[in-house]
Design a protein around this ligand. Structure first.
Ligand SMILES: C[S@@+](CC[C@H](N)C(=O)[O-])C[C@H]1O[C@@H](n2cnc3c(N)ncnc32)[C@H](O)[C@@H]1O
Length: 347
């Protein structure tokens, strides 16, 4: 007898979403409409990004595994998908906010680039305090709250320009990072819950990872000739913050002090095709679902043919979706140029 899967529908409202290029936040219910028809217990999101898809599936009682090569994505999944119980206590918050002696790396390196001197001093202090946490879930919660605080206090949530070029006067821009951080700790604490499964978060290259699941979801960067799908370029500051810039080489000539981007085979047309084929081969015994858009390469027909080499049944669903940013090819309001979002399912 199959037991009804318990769901935690209200819990999804606690997901601490934030702007993320290519996030599926707005179409999560469309995705679920199609996923819920499939027979699966475990779910692997190989390009987790904001983690909205994995978190939603966690609320549906599935065993969730996420992966992304960006450490700041991985740490958020660790905090609220893999972690089922641990929260930050009032005492932890006091430790996080306490003064310390640190090397002032952020103050020196990012002076007058993104934040005020006071905000930079705060970041150096908290980052050092987080390094002292031995509990990996507490550290992940604190880092996730710090990353979200930093994104909130940047127009567009990105780190590609100096200062406040697109400051629209939002109240978020006026608050201190300390205020944002304290508020975000509360949001992340509330997002922690147990769905009765062993969930896991990975930080590897999707083409290397040796993990699979009943349903494998692929949402790689979409390759289009004109658009920029470089995640490290947009989010380098929060990625560096999570890694404490360890192992990263800052490009000194760059005005925003970014580090050299991670290479992804999905960022180039020459390598995107073989990267897809490699993932299809690797996960051929699972149901494979892919999000992709109509202005990208491989094209819809090409992806169908590629997937058919590994799967006997291939369906394509069209989801009406307008990205608010991140895609220069997309002309808002022009129906002819409207980009269609596809969901491919290979069984
Ligand atoms: C389109 S976004 C995913 C968005 C996500 N589904 C969401 O709803 O937020 C693509 C993600 O793939 C990650 N990525 C790109 N190349 C990768 C690779 N080779 N291995 C692992 N992750 C990669 C990026 O860091 C980015 O977070």
């Amino acid at each position: 007898m199959q037991l009804a899967i318990e769901t935690f529908n209200d819990q999804f409202s606690y997901f601490p979403g934030s702007r993320y290029m290519g996030s599926k936040n707005k179409i999560i219910h469309d995705l679920w409409k199609h996923f819920s028809d499939l027979d699966f217990d475990s779910f692997l999101d190989l390009f987790a990004g904001s983690n909205v898809v994995g978190y939603f599936l966690k609320t549906k009682g599935k065993q969730v595994k996420t992966n992304d090569f960006m450490a700041f994505s991985h740490i958020t999944s660790k905090a609220i998908i893999e972690n089922s119980h641990t929260q930050l206590t009032q005492e932890d918050i006091e430790i996080l906010l306490s003064e310390n002696r640190n090397n002032g790396f952020i103050q020196k390196t990012f002076k007058d680039i993104f934040y005020s001197e006071d905000d930079n001093i705060f970041l150096d202090t908290v980052r050092q305090n987080i390094s002292m946490f031995e509990n990996e879930y507490k550290a992940a919660l604190a880092l996730s709250a710090l990353v979200r605080a930093c994104k909130k206090k940047r127009s567009r949530g990105i780190f590609t320009f100096v200062g406040e070029r697109y400051n629209d006067g939002r109240a978020d821009m006026k608050r201190t990072l300390r205020d944002h951080f304290i508020e975000n700790i509360d949001l992340f604490n509330k997002a922690v819950f147990d769905n009765g499964q062993e969930n896991a978060s990975y930080n590897e290259r999707s083409e290397m990872i040796k993990v699979t699941a009943d349903l494998v979801y692929l949402d790689p960067p979409y390759f289009t000739p004109k658009s920029d799908n470089d995640y490290a370029r947009r989010y380098h500051f929060v990625e560096g913050l999570v890694k404490n810039w360890e192992g990263l080489t800052i490009q000194e000539h760059s005005v925003v002090k970014k580090f050299e981007s991670y290479k992804s085979p999905f960022a180039k047309k020459e390598t995107a095709y073989s990267a897809f084929e490699h993932l299809f081969e690797e996960h051929k015994n699972s149901i494979i679902a892919i999000s992709y858009s109509s202005n990208s390469y491989p094209t819809k027909e090409e992806l169908i043919q590629m997937l058919k080499q590994f799967k006997s049944s291939v369906e394509v669903h069209e989801i009406d979706h307008t990205y608010s940013f991140g895609n220069q090819n997309h002309k808002i309001g022009n129906q002819n140029n409207r980009v269609k979002e596809y969901l491919f399912i290979g069984k």
